[in-house]
Design a protein around this ligand. Sequence first.
Ligand code: CA
Length: 638
Amino acid sequence: MGLLSFLFAASARSQVDFQQVEYSPRATDFKFVAAPDAKRVVLNIYDSGAGGRLLKSKKMKLDKLSQQWKVRVKGNLAGTFYTINVLKDGKWYGETPGVFAQAVGINGQRGAIISLDDTDPVGWNVDKRPALASPSDLVIYEMHHRDFSVSPTSSIKNKGKFLALTEPRAISHLTTLGINAVHILPSFDYASVDESQLEKPQYNWGYDPLNYNVPEGSYSTDPADPKCRINEFKQMVQALHKAGIRVILDVVYNHTFDIEGSAFQRTWPDYYYRKTADGQYSNGSGCGNETASDKAWMRKFIIESVKYWANEYHIDGFRFDLMAVHDIETMNLVRKELDKIDPSIFIYGEGWSAGSCAYPEDKLAFKANVTEMPCIAAFSDEIRDALRGPWNDDSQGAFIVGLKDNEESLKYGIAGCIDHPQIDMTKVNYSKKAWAKEPQQAIAYVSCHDDMCLVDRLKASKKGITEAELIRLDLLAQTAVFTSQGIPFMLSGEEMLRTKQGVHNSYNSPDAINQLDWDNLKRYPQVFNYYKGLISMRRNHPAFRLGSADLVRKHLEFLPTSDCLVAFRINGSPKGDTWKNITVVLNSADHPQSVSIPQGKYTVVCCDGIINENGIETIETDQIEVDPQTAIIMWNVE
Ligand code: CA
């Protein structure tokens, strides 16, 4: 890599204001945001990402205008590593690569001096986001790199690695299933897996952020090579994009792994965290700390970080962990800045926190405040818990195990959490007021990485459930999700009837608990085929994804039903759908139930756990009887 290409690298890539390491073969300029009232800030240069030799130390100088500490180091630093150390109030806060390291050594303790140009796979310059006309067209598949590929049954070579998602086995599984977006669990550099001990069994979801702007080392084939993880992450994005699959990153700006060791604390002590009135660290994340998005540099950090992932890694969407720890203004600014890059970049998050935050609730990005955040979505715990039961009691079931009084919450979820004249909000489980202005602001789901997976929840909430019954109820639950006007979201492995052996919080459970058993595809082909059928039907029929609250109110009509029964029609052929008056009936009772429908001739496309878009049978009736624990979907031929 010669001088010219480094210079071009600097000019072609979008600049990050926050922290810069500007390399040239003659000298490197370091610019870091650090405490303006620090007594000293020292830069260290090492020959290795861990251990090794200290090559030199330099005092940095504060540039008051840019609020950055700066120093120029002469000589060719390519291939070396750096840290800074801040002295404030008589205390050295400890070495850190800074808050915005773009490349790091093993275990993320030191920044690395590389050219990002060296990390681009062949053809990266022509990599493109798969087309997306509307966010309501998304079908999201939430996955963990290790869960997905680590089992010997996966036939995937790069087990637990970013590269797994470049292999034909993985890609063809996803494209056959029909999803068009993967939501990857935290894939930035996190703290809890020791990257120097990968021969030992280690597992973590990754909600313990270390370096927010570098891929995680343990998912690369060589965590000691700073370029490797960046290159392999990009190869993954490129392969998924070629297959028409978008990549959504799970981002966890609301807290850090710890306070003392974090780059935030080590560069600007106490600035980035919220404190309570009595001076304690606030803990709205439930993880011991909470960041302060309302403060100028923290807000800027979040915005620059998502922009960096969108520009440098071509990321297509962001899922904000505990979004309600962040303030509304920050979230709207994130939206505004990403719109400038590509308005199809999707943003959603958990519209709750895990404890009370040291900031006014009405200014935080809670689900109830989604109306103030256009084009940002939140998870609907209403539909999730209406289907499977409450989050705080695994043994308690709901609609799918045949318990009544969940129908209204389910209907609310099916309508996409918007105001709908037929939904009685006084009977909805968690919200007394519709919180979504548009249906694509609601994520419809029945399970995610948190809590039990669907199979385990069914076993826990219905004593003595048989395997046949479990499959029926599993398919029934997902029928509600994939026919919802919200954005459907599924946990990876549900299509293989995954189990986590009853483990509720499997964040650091061994592979034996978390891994998918790919042999289940042979054991339960009807499950995969049904999921595939649901997704295909949704993607082929725009009536299931109207994408506008007005259209939902105009076309979606709920039919009168009894307990444990929800039925709706999508009247007419909205958005040019080739089917007319699509009718969906969900019966969770252990006996057949009937629904009155307008007299007509109908083609049944889903019944008794089978989906066939070409039609299973055609019937002429004004009454439809639905078998126990199943769904029927049909449409009006005449
Ligand atoms: Ca790591």
